[in-house]
Design a protein around this ligand. Structure first.
Ligand code: NAP
Length: 276
């Protein structure tokens, strides 16, 4: 029986066991995927103990993504650029390999929602400069988006994120957002604003061109005020759940040896679980 895990602190809220459990059942694989609550002080010993533990690997989530980056024996080029790891694979050589699947997960969801030509829609404006923004800026640059602008409450963090894609990404002052939106083909909210329990994201979508798309990576609620405003304006709106589902695909394939699909049935399962 192949075993995998998601490690975080806290971890009770994680939907990853539902996602991987669905795929294990769908493919008739004898395996398990369990939640493990690992306090930060215990994470180095947890990761070091993975070879020989019976785990093929697992996901790491808040607050361990940077520690996993620092501790993994090898890193994919993408994980190196992003500076964070969300997927660990224990190799046959006893080494722990680190990857970041948030970037391809976000892009795969755009592919499924908007069609694969979305990078040609024009400039992207990213709101926020946290861990998720780092992955998304790297992902958009990899997919050939010509210009990316990053606006954040703390300008220094926007500068640091923009530096991940030199020549493509630039920091943007929050006050300059209206002018930047006039030329944008894609707007992405990566801040926690608009999430249940957080302040609302106050932004006027009027300047966006008619062909623009708006993506929100917040998925509680699934229909954020930002997405509702985009739909009212007749713009394409992409919710945050797809990123969560698609980022899980490479890990499952590596641990269990089968590449799963993000289907409507999987999405319905998680949507039902997200209902208050
Ligand atoms: P993070 O590293 O903590 O970054 C949070 C971002 O939100 C920062 O840019 C921060 O700005 C901004 N922010 C927070 N409160 C703010 C406020 N009151 N006003 C203005 N800006 C504020 O978090 P993260 O890991 O990037 O995650 C961000 C969001 O994405 C969370 O809601 C998370 O649940 C969601 N997420 C979704 C997925 C998915 O699969 N859909 C994956 C990862 C994350 P400062 O830099 O100024 O603090």
């Amino acid at each position: 029986m192949i075993k995998a895990f998601v490690a975080g602190h806290p971890i009770a809220h994680s939907r990853s066991p539902l996602i991987h459990g669905h795929w294990l059942a769908e493919h008739g694989i004898s395996g398990s995927y369990e939640r493990i609550d690992v306090p930060p002080a215990d994470f180095p010993a947890f990761l070091r103990g993975l070879p020989g533990s019976g785990f093929a690997g697992g996901n790491v989530t808040i607050p361990h993504k940077e520690a996993a980056f620092a501790l993994a024996d090898t890193l994919t080029e993408r994980a190196q650029r992003i500076g964070a790891v969300n997927t660990l694979v224990v190799g046959g050589d006893g080494r722990v390999h680190g990857d970041n699947t948030d970037a391809p997960g976000f892009c795969a969801h755009l592919d499924q929602s908007l069609g694969t030509a979305w990078p040609q829609r024009g400039e992207a404006v990213i709101l926020g400069a946290g861990g998720a923004a780092r992955a998304i800026v790297v992902g958009l640059a990899e997919r050939g988006v010509s210009r990316i602008r990053v606006a954040n409450r703390t300008p220094a963090r926007a500068e640091a994120v923009a530096a991940l894609a030199p020549g493509i990404a630039q920091p943007l002052a929050w006050d300059d957002l209206p002018a930047a939106l006039e030329g944008a083909g894609l707007l992405v909210n990566t801040t926690s604003l608009g999430m249940k329990g957080q302040p609302p994201l106050a932004i006027d979508l009027a300047p966006l061109p008619d062909g623009a798309a708006v993506a929100d990576i917040v998925y509680t609620p699934l229909e954020t005020d930002l997405l509702a405003a985009a739909r009212r304006r007749g713009l394409a709106a992409v919710d945050g759940l797809g990123m969560l589902l698609h980022q899980a695909v490479p890990g499952f394939a590596a641990w269990f040896g089968t590449c799963p699909q993000v289907t409507a049935a999987l999405r319905d399962l998680i949507v039902a679980d997200l209902r208050p």
